[in-house]
Write a protein that binds this ligand. Structure first.
Ligand code: PEP
Ligand code: MN
Length: 480
């Protein structure tokens, strides 16, 4: 009881403080939405900076820095997600749980790009519809935490909250505003290299023969996967031969260039606020608010309270947004939330990313589907089969079983079907590297193997092979 009270008073204190300052011509007295109207609300997962002047200085700098993305790109993604919501395209979203500044390096960026592109190609082939790709990348630096502190070598210290807040090193856990600027520059450098790679033909889909399937232990499964790769290669060869300019997304229309959008959780509103700019809508010319730090942002399962800070921020931006939906979401709450963030009921503006766990998806998803149908909103339904399936390994690290991931995915597909709905996309925590963080998959990683290359700074990710496995399994499902 005492702990609960302390927690509540801490939160109220944080709300009133809210690093409270003004920026530009907006003050927190404004009744209308503004990039800082969220400051009048209670906030979960708040970061409290000791040196407010330092935060103000950093914010002033951030507000001067150029946009990383443009309203035209944001509208392009909105249009593509509309196609997804209408079942005409499929959404693949994936990347690290907690992206680190050190992942801003050539190899790390290339391997993530490669795995996302290969997965999307398998999905295009399997589902026979275009795939919209969104990376959890170039800004996925802030992490919500289940506890504000953690035990490190017997000592209770503040939790690591992401590279844009504090340091992974236990001696560096005090929130430092300077990290917000670092987050901007690391995001910009990452995005710059992604754009260069794509512009230089890295996404050339004509070379899928580079896929290695050696990791697949079972001969039968390897044969199945090989068949998919062969047929896929065949189709691509055929299209090249006849000179087809085949569309891999509703917008991009060539075999060697693709659209890849960026996303992160919109958790750290001190940062998001500074990257929120009033710019002309490319379609109407009317000035509107865009978050120009990324294309797509989502609200986490811990920060989606109807009358609190994150929902207040999200309701004002033009970017397409995601909302994580877990077991604690009430059906009428979901309806209210959709009305708040998308009052005009724009199709595909909101992606609902469901994450219940393999054993709970049947209990909640049908009611959420029903609630959305009644509300009149047309959303993108994505399944995140990661966050409801986190377990402790025998050695005490966080892990996820490949089988639970597949189980939640296949149940979600079936439940949507049975309820006259459709699962439109998937959301994974993955990396292109050979990490050992999730158990199972066609390489049959065992609990005892986790220590071989356990690298994550937060939740366990699918490695390169396991990511391809998932794509093959989904493709096989749709092929039937
Ligand atoms: C995440 O996506 O890393 C996350 C924390 O998810 P959720 O908000 O669904 O728990
Ligand atoms: Mn996570």
């Amino acid at each position: 009881n005492k702990i609960v009270k302390t927690e509540i008073s801490r939160e109220i204190k944080e709300t009133n403080e809210n690093n409270g300052f003004t920026n530009g011509k907006h003050t927190i007295e404004d009744k209308e939405w503004s990039p800082l109207s969220w400051r009048t609300k209670t906030i979960k997962q708040a970061v409290v900076y000791e040196d407010k002047e330092h935060l103000q200085r950093v914010s002033n700098s951030l507000q001067h820095l150029p946009p990383m993305v443009t309203p035209t790109e944001i509208h392009n993604l909105r249009n593509q997600l509309k196609q997804v919501a209408l079942n005409k395209a499929f959404l693949l979203q994936g990347g690290d749980c907690a992206e680190r500044f050190e992942y801003c390096s050539q190899d790390s960026i290339e391997s993530k790009l490669k795995v996302l592109l290969q997965m999307s190609l398998v999905l295009v082939w399997g589902a026979r519809i275009p795939v919209v790709r969104i990376a959890r990348m170039a800004g996925q630096y802030a992490k919500p935490r289940s506890s504000p502190t953690e035990k490190v070598e017997g000592k209770e210290i503040p939790s690591f909250r992401g590279d844009n807040v504090n340091g992974y090193d236990p001696s560096d856990r005090k929130p430092n505003p300077e990290r917000l600027l670092s987050a901007y520059f690391h995001s910009a450098a990452t995005l710059n290299y992604v754009r260069s790679l794509i512009g230089s033909g890295f996404a050339d889909l004509n070379r899928p023969s580079e896929w290695s399937l050696h990791h697949v232990r079972s001969n039968g499964t390897r044969q199945e996967y090989q068949t998919i790769v062969d047929r896929l290669t065949d189709s691509l060869n055929f299209m090249r031969t006849i000179g087809a300019n085949t569309s891999f997304s509703p917008i991009s229309n060539s075999l060697n260039s693709v659209d890849l959008f960026m996303s992160h959780e919109g958790l750290l509103l001190d940062y998001e606020q500074c990257l929120t700019r009033l710019l002309p809508d490319p379609e109407t010319g009317e000035k509107k608010w865009y978050n120009v730090g990324t294309h797509f942002l989502w609200i986490g399962d811990r920060t989606r309270q109807l009358n609190e800070a994150h929902v207040e921020y999200f309701r004002g931006i033009q970017n397409p947004i995601g909302i994580k939906v877990g077991p604690s979401m009430k059906p009428d709450e979901l309806q209210n939330l959709l009305d708040i963030v998308n009052p005009n009921k724009e199709i595909g503006k909101v992606t609902l990313i469901t994450r219940y766990g393999a054993h709970q998806v049947e209990k909640y998803l049908p009611f959420h589907i029903q609630a959305v149908k009644e509300s009149g909103h047309i959303v993108v339904w994505a399944c995140d089969p990661m966050h409801g399936n986190t377990k402790q390994s025998l050695s005490g690290v966080k892990t996820r079983h490949f089988n639970s991931i597949i189980e939640e995915l296949s149940k979600a597909i079936h439940i949507h079907k049975a309820n006259n709905s459709q699962m439109n996309g998937v959301h994974f925590e993955l990396t292109g590297e050979g990490v050992t963080e999730c158990i199972g998959g066609s390489m049959q990683l065992a609990d005892a193997d986790l220590s071989l290359n356990y690298k994550t700074s937060c939740d366990p990710r699918l490695n390169y092979e396991q990511s391809l496995d998932v794509a093959f399994l989904i493709a096989k499902y749709y092929e039937k």
